[in-house]
Design a protein around this ligand. Structure first.
Ligand SMILES: [Fe+2]
Ligand SMILES: [Fe+2]
Length: 372
């Protein structure tokens, strides 16, 4: 059993100094190699549909493919400053409800707030794009490493979905926004750990349950809030796929975890905790503060006190926690993960709806497709 320090490299999960000390210094690199340590598994059992739920998901995925080039209204003009203003106006302006006296933001005028909004969009969409590439690679790895034919079939459709997701986020960044950010160091640490692990189920836990669970919640949040119609539509399309991906994780691991011992489950609990902390740390968007020329630590401390920030951060875990519960991970052994999720302030989501079958609710309707 590992200590918190073994798992995340620090004893206090809220140690801001330690969190901010992890930065990406490799920003000019064009490629990044990770050793993936896993066996490629052939199966000679071609009995399609043996795992009914996975087979149903595979058939659904085949009927739900869309074309990123032709199904989205790319002709939409995006004025990034106007979008930032319109988004902020929904909440009555910038930094509403915050006391900025004595902070670097006290002197900011509208121009700087708009610039922050623009950088923040560039950063957010860039991290989504990098995360999608992580999903592309992880799911290709699942095709190779999972021993079940129904799962290989399904994962193959997800590989195609993820290619489309990388494609749409990259295209949106290049044609509608104003610059890329390199991958956040916390996100990269997490993706590297997922890919490096030799056990096939760890890829699912890291990617389908944790990263995609968070992505589904984050996309949903932005889909609801954005006033920009192309981004809204794009996220709607991506979410219809993501809901299947998270279901794929839940359905596969549910079966596999039944065979595991408490000691093996503890390793999965520790991995889920590590992933949760890395994802929370990445949302501090330290690179944006740096680019805005403000003291990163000061800015992050202030943002963490913003009234809606806590809510946003917790909402990100609204899919992950019920899914971990459905998999039996929260209370396995001595309930170690329950303690950790309590420490992170996200345990309250445990009884929310899990995502094992929610994908039908996210499916694209004729109306969605007609409006494209
Ligand atoms: Fe995706
Ligand atoms: Fe996905």
């Amino acid at each position: 059993m590992s200590t918190t320090e073994d798992i995340i490299g620090r004893t206090d999960i809220n140690d801001l100094e330690a969190i901010l000390s992890i930065t990406n210094t490799d920003v000019d690199a064009i490629a990044h190699a990770v050793d993936q340590h896993a066996d490629a598994i052939f199966t000679w059992d071609y009995d399609k549909g043996h795992r009914t739920a996975l087979n149903k998901l595979y058939e659904k995925a085949k009927r739900s493919q869309w074309n990123a080039e032709t199904d989205l209204p790319w002709e939409t003009e995006v004025d990034q400053s106007a979008v930032v203003m319109a988004n902020a106006n929904q909440f009555g302006g910038f930094a509403v409800g915050m006391d900025l006296t004595g902070t670097p933001f006290a002197k900011w005028d509208e121009k700087e707030w708009v610039q922050l909004g623009i950088e923040s969009q560039n950063w957010t969409l860039s991290q989504f794009m990098h995360g999608e590439q992580g999903a592309l690679i992880c799911t290709a790895k699942i095709v190779e490493s999972v021993p079940w034919i129904d799962a290989k079939y399904y994962a193959a459709t997800q590989v195609m979905d993820e290619a489309r997701h990388v494609e749409v986020f990259a295209k949106y960044l290049d044609t509608k926004l104003s610059g890329h950010y390199p991958i956040n160091a916390h996100l990269r640490l997490l993706l590297d750990d997922i890919i490096r692990d030799s056990r096939w189920d760890m890829t699912y836990l890291g990617m389908q349950i944790m990263v995609e669970g968070l992505a589904l919640a984050a996309f949903g949040f932005i889909h609801q809030l954005t006033t920009e119609p192309l981004l809204k539509q794009l996220l709607r399309y991506v979410m219809s796929d993501e809901a299947r991906h998270v279901a794929f994780g839940v359905l596969s691991l549910q079966e596999y975890y039944q065979e595991l011992t408490n000691a093996e489950l503890r390793e999965r609990q520790e991995f889920a905790f590590e992933a949760a902390v890395r994802m929370r740390d990445r949302f501090l968007q330290q690179e944006v503060w740096d680019r805005m020329g403000v003291d990163v630590k000061e800015a992050v401390q202030l943002v963490m006190q913003a009234p809606d920030r806590m809510l946003f951060q917790q909402m990100l875990f609204s899919k992950i926690v019920p899914n971990c519960k459905k998999l039996g991970l929260i209370d396995a052994g001595d309930g170690w993960l329950r303690e950790k999720f309590t420490e992170l302030g996200v345990i309250a989501f445990e009884n929310w709806e899990d995502t094992g079958s929610e994908y039908d609710a996210f499916a694209l309707t004729d109306a969605d497709q007609r409006s494209a």
